[in-house]
Design a protein around this ligand. Structure first.
Ligand code: NAD
Ligand code: UDP
Length: 334
């Protein structure tokens, strides 16, 4: 029988980078977790450490199709997050965000379940307001190559707020800023994994544009803690809420830091800037501080060291790569 405080929780996209860390935390808290994924960018390996847990179940399912299960809470993370992956099949990306939101909101409505949307800083597009506050409506090109992701996520937010207003559904919307850490896919294409893998392999570090564009990088454990705190917060705290690390770096600074921390001989090479690449991005996290008493704890150097350790193990084919992550976790917590 289920313990009273233990909930049945659905995590969509649970075999991905963030989803797998979320499943770890929820299972450790004693909840029953149902993880669904179509394995487009996620892998069963990301959740293999949970396979023997009686509280964990993994199911292949695509969120663009309806799902009939019984749960108390839903975390909706299913969607490729890296530009190369979401641009690979842009129509499917929009479908995943929009049809996926409709299906998961419909499920939540039938069950009267709390539902959290993993939204993104991309809803701000190439922002003209800096740092970005939740009240800013954004500057998104609706017909550009990033629109399948940005507009899909914006439409998902619209659906969440309409279900809230029309059906009084208990919603939570978290706007996630660039998050990195162990279990990112080595060929994921995002900047942190690209630079670390290139540095470890002694290959050129590919900076797009002149590297003066900025991002603010949040370590995965901090991000998951914001997500769980928002889900468990007062019902009136529905968001949208920014979660990210407000320390801002240029991409060139990131490249130099990765070279320094890996001790690599790699040289920086400059490649053309992709279309619609935001020039600056930095979260204003005052709302999360106020409502959740949350702020990131792991700063970039420390988070990069853990992530480098993980990728080093993965690239050497070390089966204990998963353990390297556990080491990283305990030293980040201490
Ligand atoms: P990821 O690509 O590692 O994970 C996404 C997961 O969703 C994968 O396991 C993938 O297989 C699965 N998926 C994709 N389409 C699906 C579908 N139609 N049905 C079922 N599963 C599907 O990416 P991530 O970094 O873990 O991102 C997770 C969520 O967080 C995404 O919704 C993303 O938009 C959001 N987010 C992430 C970041 C970040 O920096 N990591 C930033 C902003 C928002
Ligand atoms: N970027 C880069 N080299 C790479 C990958 C990315 O210079 O090999 C840049 C990219 O152009 C962007 C920033 O790093 O300006 C962050 O890119 P990422 O794809 O990680 O995330 P997003 O653009 O969605 O924030």
């Amino acid at each position: 029988m289920k313990e009273l405080s233990s909930k049945r929780i659905l995590v969509t996209g649970g075999a991905g980078f963030l989803g797998s860390h979320l499943c770890d935390v929820l299972v450790a808290q004693g909840h029953e977790v149902l993880c669904i994924d179509n394995y487009f960018t996620g892998t069963k390996r990301n959740v293999s450490q949970l396979a023997d847990s009686p509280n964990f179940e993994l199911m292949r399912h695509d969120v663009t199709f309806p799902l009939y299960v019984e749960v108390d809470q839903i975390y909706n993370l299913a969607c490729p997050a890296s530009p190369i992956h979401y641009q690979h099949d842009p129509v499917q990306t929009t479908k995943t965000s929009v049809h996926g939101a409709i299906n998961m909101l419909g499920l939540a409505k039938r069950l009267k379940a709390r539902i959290l949307q993993a939204s993104t800083s991309e809803v701000y597009g190439d922002p003209e307001v800096h740092p970005q506050r939740e009240a800013y409506w954004g500057n998104v090109n609706p017909i550009g190559i990033r629109a399948c992701y940005d507009e899909g996520k914006r439409c998902a937010e619209t659906l969440f707020f309409d279900y809230y207003r029309q059906h009084q559904l208990p919603i939570k919307v978290l706007r996630i800023f660039n998050t990195y850490g162990p279990r990112m896919h080595p060929n994921d294409g995002r900047v942190v994994s690209n630079f670390i893998v290139q540095a470890l392999q002694g290959q050129p570090i590919t900076v797009y544009g002149d590297g003066s564009q900025t991002r603010s990088f949040c370590y995965v454990d901090d991000q998951i803690s914001a997500m769980v705190k928002l889900m468990d917060s007062e019902p009136e705290f529905i968001g949208p809420m920014n979660a990210g690390n407000p320390n801002e770096f240029t991409i060139r600074q990131l490249a130099e830091l990765v070279i320094e921390l890996t001790g690599s001989k790699s040289k920086i090479v400059y490649k053309p800037m992709p279309a619609d690449d935001p020039k600056q991005r930095c979260p204003d996290i005052s709302l999360a501080k106020k409502q959740l008493d949350w702020e990131p704890r792991v700063q970039l150097k420390e988070g990069l060291r853990h992530t480098i350790g993980y990728f080093d193990a993965v690239l050497r084919g070390d089966p204990s790569a998963q353990d390297r992550r556990e080491e990283a976790k305990s030293s980040a917590a201490s």
